[in-house]
Design a protein around this ligand. Structure first.
Ligand SMILES: C[S@@+](CC[C@H](N)C(=O)[O-])C[C@H]1O[C@@H](n2cnc3c(N)ncnc32)[C@H](O)[C@@H]1O
Length: 233
């Protein structure tokens, strides 16, 4: 593995990330993650990928229930970075789903998850019952070529009334159209009174830029919604 390879540099990672962002189909994407799994964590560290921490902090700062009892659904869990952060913040019960078996194998090794299931989001139904989770979180997977937006309603469905849905996306040019469509979808559910906005955080320094058209850091955003509708006072 690349772990022992000290000459692995940012420019190597850059090429990997560029393939990760390529707009291929969901099946290809998951195949790509199978090949990346072993190096994923060290590579995203080089990229200064802060999304898992920022999203976990966002949920943690608004969650009012009993953390030790809360059921967390970590969607597109990858190797487990999001649940690892939530665990440090007092959460205990994690279920993970992802399309990549290799990523799931690594997630299993963390010992964080009560259950891990392979699921190709957008194609297979999300494998959980309606209204069973206090927190549903999807980080680093809502972007062009990854997870289709139809999944948002399934995530809403998996959430208990009063529970939270936390979503993130990138704000750089190649993902701009997807981000706008995501925001439209979120607004549609708000208009249907299915959830209400808790907070939306636009982050300037989301992760290091890798493409020709970007430099420094690319922006990203966190969307936190609570299932149910609150009348304004
Ligand atoms: C950038 S990683 C994010 C992993 C983890 N949430 C994190 O923040 O470190 C994206 C993950 O989404 C998964 N993924 C991408 N498209 C998917 C799809 N259509 N269905 C299921 N999983 C998918 C990949 O296998 C990969 O593990």
């Amino acid at each position: 593995s690349g772990m022992a390879n000290s000459s692995w540099t940012f420019s190597d990672v850059r090429n990997v990330i560029l393939s990760a962002h390529k707009n291929t189909g969901a099946q290809d994407k998951v195949g790509f993650y199978d090949t990346w799994a072993e190096n994923y964590e060290q590579d995203v560290a080089l990229l200064d990928y802060r999304a898992p921490l920022l999203a976990a902090e966002c949920v943690s700062s608004f969650f009012r229930g009993d953390r030790e009892k809360a059921a967390v659904l970590d969607v597109a869990c990858g190797t487990g970075l999001v649940s690892a952060h939530l665990k440090k913040m007092g959460f205990r019960h994690f279920v993970g789903i992802d399309g990549s078996l290799k990523m799931l194998e690594l997630a299993k090794k963390t010992g964080l998850y009560q259950q891990l299931t392979q699921c190709l989001l957008g194609q297979d139904e999300v494998p959980v019952k309606s209204e069973t989770h206090d927190i549903v979180i999807i980080v680093g997977a809502l972007s062009v070529g990854h997870v289709p937006l139809t999944v948002i309603r399934e995530l809403w469905d998996a959430t208990k009334p009063g529970g939270y849905v936390c979503m993130t996306t990138r704000g750089n040019p190649d993902n701009r159209e997807y981000k706008a469509e995501l925001e439209q979808m979120i607004r549609a559910l708000e208009e249907e009174q299915k959830w209400s906005r808790v907070t939306v955080v636009e982050v300037e320094e989301w992760e290091k830029a890798v493409s020709e058209q970007d430099s420094g850091y690319i922006p990203g955003a966190i969307y936190l919604y609570q299932k149910g509708f609150k009348c304004s006072p």
